[in-house]
Design a protein around this ligand. Structure first.
Ligand SMILES: [Zn+2]
Length: 507
């Protein structure tokens, strides 16, 4: 059961919030005093810790009391009483897509512009509400949407892979018009290993691994997102081109040369073996599809061997249990009764999701499935997705056993389901990892330092160390003791600016 905790803020914190409004963000010195500091690079918590923050950057971590510095022309230091509280780094979700509104098509947005607007305003606050201070958008479908997101007064910082890097006519452009898709994806990759057919004349020297990776980097991308999709575990006809493993390898090699990691969309046993062949840096999904082992319940030896290799190479792995959870939750009659949804979705939008019109996606999902599944009732549909979900859980169990380099990521929003609640989906994902037997220490690492390292961001985020941004969470519960700690956030610090959690709630 999800619940929220509204602990009365301490006197010091109330005072700080007041100052943070009248002073420019980060201009004050901030002291967090006598707190239990839990940072992923430490083997154990630092008890009775003191932290100094200047201009949004952590400048001192100590176990002795720190003296406030008097700086001419500035307000006196702000002091936060951390007694009985836990301080952790802000969380990082390394697989989001910020441009979509859950369960709203283009037509719905035309009909209900107020609902769309209310969502876009709330979205950054909902991520912060659940402690996400950094997000990595794996493909910017719409730079304008990211601009809207970051134009809000309070928002997590956003990094992107720029536009996805897909081969001509690949999975990433299959929904676009065949006549215009290459023009609309000017950075498409040409797979010369399979002598692809292109509609039209193109200067192929502009579509090599080297040229395309460079453009992503020049665009400010911190990563490369590419695809190896071979038909959703055989459930669908493939009407797009599948890249050769060699061209993916070329991209990954080029990414390493230019200093940005390559993520491969790969959600089947076949595609994750391609990820190994191509030696990509990060696998962007769990293994939903076990291909010829689809009827097995436990992870068979050959798949175990693949997972062991992924773990031993230290390849980043995003299990994204949320992907199938978001699909099956559409068929869960209780999902919309979860009271935490009121914290992350505007009230009117939540009301619309409960209406007949708002439930449209359920029938659409059925259409995408093979014909023999069209007549399944809601319960049977839930069951259907649960089967793949369980596969993913079993894979995560094995990866945890092999101590894989797990990266915390939700893929919010995936598809069109309203069960893609920003922020809350991350908390649900954490609970799912916990039930799958991933230790609380590993969950914290995956959502902080592992993500920071995998995306070359560890100089500024991912742990509580001198020189890093003061993106921090103050919790009333210990995240090494209970996963519920991630729903016990009292204060969120963004670049040293304190924000009381309850002020971020949609209700
Ligand atoms: Zn995705």
């Amino acid at each position: 059961m999800l619940s929220t905790h509204n602990t009365a803020p301490s006197f010091f914190l109330s005072l700080f919030l007041f100052w943070s409004i009248i002073e420019p963000a980060g201009a004050n010195e901030l002291l967090i005093e006598d707190v239990t500091l839990i940072s992923p690079e430490r083997n154990s918590p630092l008890n009775h810790a003191y932290l100094r923050v200047n201009d949004g950057i952590i400048t001192e971590v100590s176990t002795s009391k720190l003296r406030p510095e008097v700086i001419e022309g500035k307000q006196p230091s702000v002091r936060v009483d951390g007694r009985g509280r836990y301080l952790i780094p802000g969380l990082i979700d390394s697989h989001v897509h910020l441009a979509k509104v859950p369960s709203m098509t283009w037509r719905h947005k035309q009909q209900h512009p107020d609902l769309e607007r209310s969502y876009l305003k709330q979205q950054p606050r909902s991520y912060l509400y659940f402690g996400y201070t950094s997000l990595i958008d794996l493909n910017v479908f719409s730079p304008e949407a990211i601009e809207t997101f970051t134009a809000q007064t309070l928002h997590p910082e956003v990094f992107t892979c720029s536009k996805h890097l897909d081969i001509a006519n690949g999975h990433g452009m299959m929904e676009e018009d065949v006549k215009t898709r290459l023009l609309n994806n000017p950075n498409f990759l040409y797979d010369h290993y399979q002598k692809q057919h292109l509609n039209g004349e193109y200067d192929l020297s502009q579509h090599t691994a080297k040229a395309t990776v460079k453009r992503i980097k020049d665009d400010g991308g911190v990563c490369i997102k590419t695809y190896y999709e071979n038909g959703y575990g055989g459930s669908e006809m493939v009407d797009f081109d599948i890249p050769s493993p060699q061209i993916i390898k070329d991209v990954a090699v080029e990414g390493k040369k230019q200093g940005i990691p390559t993520l491969l969309h790969a959600n089947s046993w076949t595609s994750q073996r391609v990820a190994l062949l191509a030696d990509v840096d990060i696998i962007a999904h769990g293994m939903f599809h076990w291909d010829e082992y689809r009827h097995e319940v436990e992870v068979p030896a050959p798949i175990r061997a693949t997972l062991k290799e992924i773990a031993s190479r230290g390849m980043g792995y995003q299990p994204t249990l949320h992907v199938l959870d978001a699909q099956r939750s559409m068929f869960d009659a209780n999902y919309l009764n979860n009271s935490s949804l009121e914290k992350v979705y505007p009230k009117k939008l939540l009301g619309w999701y409960r209406s007949d019109e708002g439930q449209w996606f359920k029938s659409r999902i059925r259409k995408y499935l093979p014909r023999h599944l069209h007549e399944l009732d809601d319960e049977a549909m839930h069951e259907h997705f649960s089967k793949y979900y369980q596969h993913n859980v079993k894979v995560l169990e094995v990866l945890a056993e092999y101590d894989a380099n797990l990266l915390f990521a939700t893929d919010t929003i995936i598809g069109q389901s309203y069960a893609n609640a920003p922020g809350l989906s991350g908390y649900i994902e954490m609970q799912a990892w916990n039930s799958a037997g991933v230790s609380l220490r590993k969950i914290l690492q995956a959502a902080t330092i592992n993500n920071a390292k995998a995306f070359n961001l560890e100089a500024s985020i991912g742990s509580i160390e001198v020189g890093k941004k003061a993106n921090l969470l103050l919790l009333t519960k210990n995240p090494l003791k209970t996963v519920e700690a991630y729903n016990s956030i009292e204060w969120i610090f963004i670049n040293g600016q304190a924000v009381a959690r309850q002020t971020l709630a949609a209700d």
